[in-house]
Design a binder for this molecule. Structure first.
Ligand SMILES: NC(=O)C1=CN([C@@H]2O[C@H](COP(=O)(O)OP(=O)(O)OC[C@H]3O[C@@H](n4cnc5c(N)ncnc54)[C@H](OP(=O)(O)O)[C@@H]3O)[C@@H](O)[C@H]2O)C=CC1
Ligand SMILES: O=C1CO[C@H](CO)[C@@H](O)[C@@H]1O
Length: 318
């Protein structure tokens, strides 16, 4: 599989497996079958509450000789209540212990949003810390220490605007290597891609398929359904592909790594097979033409009355 080369020469497989919403009872089997199918990149996070079950799958695959640790790329993410620099290493150590690993290939700040340390799920203004109270630069010192200690081979962020990336690059010793953000045909991220390409940062595309298994509270009432888009349906049919494969090939051909979530073996295989699909320039442009510039995961869940975060200041109104 095509890989993306990091400054330390590490190679990240361009397609990985997402694990948000993969239930505890099914994720061990799902990750194991994915590795058996040929997945070598798994996207995890402490907040997905399933890292222990994923760790079990990874360990079984290694013990059974299906894969070696060094052949896997494992990403995880620092949750919002662990942003104080002294909390980063303990949070990472908990993730490593759950995943039964000695190191991560990539550790990301999950959101540029801080909670008070004792808060896991913020509901009210007093649960939050503003970025003035808990600056990203402070969190980043903890992330850099993770690299220094060999616990994370690479570090990066998620859900950062270009403005926040710029600030971070200017004030950091170890530069962020990845910004993991939403990318799909309805939210194409052209400006972000241009910025990241110019600054040696890779984009990883989350919710590439529109994330339609999100909890109801995270869905807008009038939300469009990516899989029902007539342009995608027509092009996929003409090429003998599924809509999912078309979308994943389109994202990958833009030089963006992509992490579709599936717990189903047929869909996992379909998604993995998308790495062999080549789209013509014309086909790439057909998908480009359906952009709605509309996020599925819009961050509005961090907006509470009187709180420090709004959709506008989160994305810096790009
Ligand atoms: N950094 C961040 O803030 C975020 C990171 N992420 C990461 O990105 C990953 C992917 O995004 P996610 O939001 O989960 O959503 P996706 O866009 O990957 O969509 C997942 C949904 O698509 C279904 N699906 C998967 N493959 C196919 C297929 N070939 N045909 C039809 N349906 C399919 C899945 O069902 P089934 O499982 O039954 O196959 C599931 O319902 C996450 O799991 C997580 O790892 C996601 C959101 C935010
Ligand atoms: O990765 C993600 C999925 O779950 C979280 C919510 O529980 C989101 O905040 C996040 O972006």
């Amino acid at each position: 599989m095509q890989t993306l080369t990091f400054p330390n020469n590490d190679q990240m497989p361009i397609l990985g497996l997402g694990t948000w919403k993969s239930a505890k009872g099914e994720v061990t089997i799902a990750v194991k079958q994915a590795i058996q199918l040929g997945y070598r990149h798994i996207d995890c996070a402490a907040i997905y509450m399933n890292e222990k079950e994923i760790g079990k799958a990874i360990k079984e695959c290694i013990d059974e000789g299906i894969v070696k640790r060094e052949e896997l790329w494992i990403t995880s993410k620092l949750w919002n209540n662990k942003h104080a620099k002294e909390d980063v290493i303990p949070a990472l150590q908990k993730t490593l212990s759950d995943l039964q690993l000695d190191y991560l290939d990539l550790y990301l700040i999950h959101w540029p949003v801080a909670f008070k340390p004792q808060v896991f799920s913020a509901m009210r203004a007093e649960h939050y810390l503003s970025l003035e109270e808990q600056p990203i630069a402070d969190t980043w010192l903890g992330m850099e220490k993770a690299v220094d200690q060999g616990l994370a081979r690479n570090i990066g962020v998620c859900n950062f605007s270009t403005k926040k990336l710029k600030d971070l690059m200017e004030h950091s010793r170890i530069k962020p290597t990845v910004n993991q953000v939403e990318v799909n045909p309805y939210f194409q991220q052209d400006k972000m891609l241009e910025f990241c390409n110019a600054n040696n940062i890779y984009i990883t595309a989350y919710s590439p398929l529109g994330s339609f298994d999100r909890p109801a509270g995270m869905k807008a009432k009038d939300e469009p359904v990516l899989f029902e888009d007539p342009v995608l349906l027509k092009l996929a049919k003409n090429k003998g592909l599924s809509v999912a494969q078309l979308i994943l090939a389109w994202i990958r051909q833009r030089g963006i790594s992509v992490i579709p979530k599936s717990v189903n073996p047929e869909r996992q295989k379909q998604n993995l097979d998308s790495v062999n699909i080549e789209l013509s320039e014309e086909e790439m442009n057909v998908v480009k033409s359906i952009n709605k510039n509309r996020r599925f995961v819009d961050g509005s869940f961090w907006e509470v009355p009187g709180g420090p975060y709004t959709v506008a200041n989160l994305w810096d109104e790009e």
